[in-house]
Write a protein that binds this ligand. Structure first.
Ligand SMILES: *Cc1c(COP(=O)(O)O)cnc(C)c1O
Length: 422
């Protein structure tokens, strides 16, 4: 604090003409708030994008937060087998839950899905002595996930030799079969989670691909990304391929994110056959990708909530999806009454799942909308400077704060931000 006041004073003393006292105070406040805003802080997500990667993706369920609190403040059995009183494996802590939830024999948890893909490539795409092996991948799968993670580049870095098959719009298991060679280390399938190819298209039948891998003695890995465990049609969304689908299709390993459609903490989960998971667990690279007890605790609590629809809706992502439009309209009216100066109205808007999932699925929503006294960008900037910053949607004609992505419990903080927003 003092440091920033001193800096503002020094700046004033160095100026050719002594600035007025108000300007020095403003400068000190700006220096302070700039520092405060660079530090990690909670914000209100008024964008209508449920899993906003820039805003931390999936908010956690109360149960997951409590689970973190339980293990984070003291010792835990992270790598300790309580039954036998000997060293255990952190990768066993979620084994039963993941077996039950996905139907897979074995599992592994790493830092994110990108790490899971990296580990799979490093494990299966190197021969004995580290000689590179071939990874067969479809041309419709050479995706960029975001943040510069491009599958062809990751493949190149892993030292694997990429063998592309099929075309942009059509890929079949026979395309993979024709490319098999004694050098093949892996058959990779990537789920098109963040883009869609429409029209004259055909995607590989993953069950046929799994059979091909089995008969050739080559592992088949699916990068599923989104990680749905339930049928999203229950929430008015298109059906998304689930983890259970991938397991039932018989792939050796399927990798997915913890903080996308699972609604848990940032993590990468790999489930699959015991032999394939054992090879990944034995890879020394795993040590650099591992997660700690808080992540495992939050993940376990989130997985436990997935069992039934009622408990699943305790996970914020599913709770947000399930909120009826009338409830959002009522909140918009209440905000309008609490901040009459802004002339807030309820406006119908469209939101998205986000997080690189369901890219075309529109989610009907309601925003608190008003026309600011000056320009939209300035009003949006004032919202971002609130004690609890609000990230709004700038529309052509005003500011819209989508209420689906803000928990009703946070409406008090939202009112305080709106009072400053003008
Ligand atoms: C999102 C995604 C990833 C990366 O997941 P992170 O958990 O963000 O690392 C990898 N593959 C696919 C197909 C994805 O959709």
């Amino acid at each position: 604090m003092k440091r920033h006041v001193d800096a503002a004073l020094a700046h004033a003393r160095a100026a050719a003409a002594t600035p007025p006292a108000d300007a020095v105070v403003d400068d000190a406040v700006a220096r302070l708030s700039h520092v405060a805003r660079d530090a990690l802080t909670g914000v209100l997500n008024g964008t209508g994008i449920l899993l906003h990667t820039n805003l931390g993706r999936a908010p956690l369920a109360r149960e997951a937060i409590d689970a973190i609190a339980t293990v984070a403040g003291g010792a835990s059995n992270l790598e300790y087998d309580l039954e036998r009183g000997v060293r255990g494996s952190r990768y066993d802590r979620l084994a039963a839950l993941l077996r039950e939830g996905t139907g897979a024999e074995a599992s592994l948890v790493v830092n994110n899905c990108a790490a899971a893909v990296l580990l799979a490539l490093d494990t299966f795409a190197r021969g004995a002595g580290g000689a590179p092996r071939e990874v067969i991948v479809a041309r419709n799968a050479l995706i960029e996930i975001g943040g510069g993670f491009r599958l062809p580049d990751v493949l190149a870095r892993s030292g694997a030799v990429m063998v592309e098959v099929g075309t942009t719009n059509k890929v079949r298991a026979e395309d993979y079969a024709r490319a098999l060679s004694p050098r093949t280390g892996l058959l990779l399938r990537v789920h098109p989670s963040n883009f869609r190819i429409a029209g004259f298209t055909e995607d590989v039948d993953v069950a046929a691909l799994a059979r091909l891998g089995r008969s050739a003695g080559v592992p088949v890995v699916e990068d599923l990304g989104s990680g749905a465990l339930c049928d999203l049609r229950e929430y008015g969304l298109p059906r998304e391929r689930t983890v259970q689908d991938a397991v039932a299709d018989g792939v050796d390993a399927v990798a997915f994110s913890g903080d996308k459609l699972l609604g848990g903490p940032q993590a990468g989960i790999v489930v699959g056959r015991t032999a394939a998971i054992a090879r990944m667990r034995a890879n020394p690279l795993l040590r650099a990708l591992r997660v700690g007890a808080p992540t495992l605790a939050a993940l376990a609590a989130t997985l436990a909530l997935h069992g039934r629809r009622e408990s699943r809706e305790r996970i914020p992502f599913y709770r947000m999806l399930a909120v009826p439009l009338d409830a959002l309209r009522a909140r918009a009216s209440a905000l309008a009454a609490q901040v009459p100066r802004l002339d807030i109205v309820a406006r119908d808007v469209v939101g998205y799942a986000g997080g690189g999932t369901l890219p075309l699925a529109e989610i009907a929503s309601v925003a608190a909308f008003w026309r600011p006294r000056d320009d939209v960008d300035a009003a949006a900037a004032r919202l971002r400077r609130a004690v609890r910053p609000v990230v709004a949607r700038g529309e052509d004609d005003g500011i819209a704060i989508d209420l689906r992505t803000i928990a009703p419990d946070d409406d008090g903080d939202l009112v305080r931000a709106l009072e400053l927003a003008g």
